[in-house]
Design a protein around this ligand. Structure first.
Ligand code: 0L1
Ligand code: MG
Length: 264
């Protein structure tokens, strides 16, 4: 069967826009591969840009063993972030308009220089202005949060929202001192996930190196001012109404938000 990329892009984009779960694209197109998935992702994000959203960076996905195990996909992937996905630190989010949102603790890089291609960790670090504690809200558009590699790539790596805490400038000691930062994510004050920055590909900087390579493979570039979400250090946890969610990262600070509504 011929694959109509625009049609698939419209399907995932409408599912995200309306908060309506859809069947995996690979149900109808079992041969869909990740290269085609990325083409669908690009077209679906173009639809957002056509509606007035602005791209603000990228997210790296499945950068930890815990995440790969959780969803049964064994490859690092990436997706695009837009300004409409941003939630302010300490802000409120609604669950309506989302399907089955989950949250995960992350680290975010803020870039001061362009970055693309095969770069060393030192070159990647030289492009970083600051680092911030972060959380990502993911929300697969597929029923039951079930997908394979091509599906999740087409669905913009499940991205739904991002929250960044106060950024800190990075020093030249970043490579050593940030290798193993403790991270705790709490729901209503109770720890729900505990991890380490080491779970992000061994060091979050490796995620930035991978980001530069992956965007270059897509003929793109990371630009000054871009945010790069390095990926989660732990599994993601389902959100519920009324929750206060906070992540603390050793030496980096904290980031939080509240889910609107009454706790059941
Ligand atoms: O940010 C992530 O690691 C998510 C990637 C996509 C898989 C998922 O939805 O958990
Ligand atoms: Mg993530």
């Amino acid at each position: 069967m011929t694959i109509n990329l625009e049609q698939l892009a419209e399907a995932v984009d409408e599912a995200a826009r309306t908060g309506t779960a859809i069947a995996q694209l690979t149900d109808a197109h079992p041969d869909l591969d990740s290269v085609t998935g990325y083409a669908v992702q690009r077209l679906s994000i173009q639809r957002r840009l056509n509606r007035g959203e602005r791209q603000i960076g990228i997210k790296m996905g499945l950068t930890s063993r815990a995440k790969m195990r959780q969803v049964g996909v064994n490859e690092v992937i990436w997706g695009r972030l837009t300004d409409a996905m941003r939630i302010e630190d300490g802000g409120e989010i609604a669950l309506s308009g989302r399907i089955h949102p989950r949250v995960e603790p992350e680290i975010a890089f803020l870039l001061k220089k362009p970055l693309s291609g095969r770069v060393s960790p030192a070159e990647a670090l030289a492009a970083v202005e600051a680092v911030a504690p972060a959380m990502e809200i993911i929300d697969s558009r597929y029923r039951d949060f079930k997908f394979n590699l091509a599906d999740v790539v087409a669905d913009n790596a499940s991205s739904s929202g991002l929250i960044l805490g106060a950024p800190r400038p990075v020093g030249t000691d970043f490579a050593n001192s940030w290798a193993n930062l403790g991270m705790v994510m709490r729901f209503a004050g109770q720890p729900v996930q505990i991890g380490s920055s080491a779970a992000i590909l061994g060091h979050p900087l490796r995620s930035l190196v991978a980001a530069a390579r992956l965007v270059a493979e897509a003929g793109e570039i990371l630009s000054p001012g871009d945010i790069v979400l390095a990926g989660a250090a732990t599994e993601a946890v389902a959100l519920r109404p009324g929750l206060h969610v906070r992540t603390d990262i050793q030496g980096l600070g904290s980031v939080s938000f509240t889910v609107r509504g009454e706790a059941p």
